[in-house]
Design a protein around this ligand. Sequence first.
Ligand SMILES: Cc1ncc(COP(=O)(O)O)c(C=O)c1O
Length: 396
Amino acid sequence: MLASEFVLDPSYIMLNSMLLSSHPKTVREAITKFDSELDKSPGSFWLQNFREFDARNCQWAARYLGCSAEQICLVDSATVGLGLIYNGLLLDAGSEILVSDQEHYATLKSIEYASSHGEFSIRKMIWYDEPATVDKDRILSSLKAAISEKTRVIAITWVHSSTGVKLPVAEICHYIGDLNKTREQKILTVIDGVHALGVEDFHVNDLGCDLFVSSCHKWLFGPRGTGLIYLKPGVEAFLRPSIPTYNAYSYENWRARVEKVKVPLAHEMAPGGFQSFSHKWALYKAFEMHLEVGKKQIQDRTYGLAKYLKERLSKIPGIRLLTPISEKFSAALVVFDVEGVSPSLVVDYLAKYKILATVTPYFRQYVRFSPAVYNTQEELDIAVDHLCRGLDERFA
Ligand SMILES: Cc1ncc(COP(=O)(O)O)c(C=O)c1O
């Protein structure tokens, strides 16, 4: 599915696409078009078009996510989005942010920097001990036990890039929503949806979260250097912008020294400055492509490949699958380890045969495959066969 859209090197089996996307044809062509116009007359092309092109991106993102364009803040990456959120939080002194042991470096570092101002402390929690057999009761009971009177924010990663576990985020956010009805101090939910956006068929309002952040240059196949934040109405009371935006109305308000036009916080928060506009403006093409193919079709195809891979891996002695087989608790990441062999040795061995996997960049490391829509079952078979051969040869 969609394979003809990409110009991937056919001599490789790409099972590392979760890092950075190859541009599909429609995105590539849009970037080239914007670049050639910018090269003819950069300043004037930008000036004549930036309002319309930024607005178009927000409209397509909103159409894809099922929310309003005013709730979309365009950023360069999930890392930038996470930094803006955690460093922009307005919390009372003595508040706590709850984070799990499975959060990505970008979340943990953003929270660490923000907490160094001394307004809040960080509380750690563990969602599960055994990823492969994780269940909803265990997750919800971990959450209930971890929340304290001081908890004001919970950092939740939807799909853990450490284990491949997908959390039941809607259940978690709805539980917090119910709890908030009984609390004076509300708890905000922040979802890192990096490995869900472009895979899961969902509408963001249905999740019940306050903030959702993702890059668009992974599973969505958006231009490299794009991402977004979704803001639920009401979150404005707890968040402030950190980087001046180049939103036209914000700039005009600043010059007029009065708020002539009310700018939604999501747009006020979008970092300004002159940027790689050809990439940014082409983002809408990725949303358009997913909606044309169908979110459900893309989800089913990606799930199907991951499931096939997990089922094959789970039957191989010496391989321990960390990612649950159930699609309720997993998406497209497939994480495993090989008994007694370092993950980097396995990844290097596969790379010799032009099979590209990754090592999870966390304190505990594992091998990770990330099949995407353009991979085929045949490619997965070749990867697994080489893994079996590696086991025989002790990956030498
Ligand atoms: C779970 C998770 N969150 C955040 C990020 C950061 O994404 P980006 O590189 O787009 O900033 C990553 C990167 O792979 C990730 O795996």
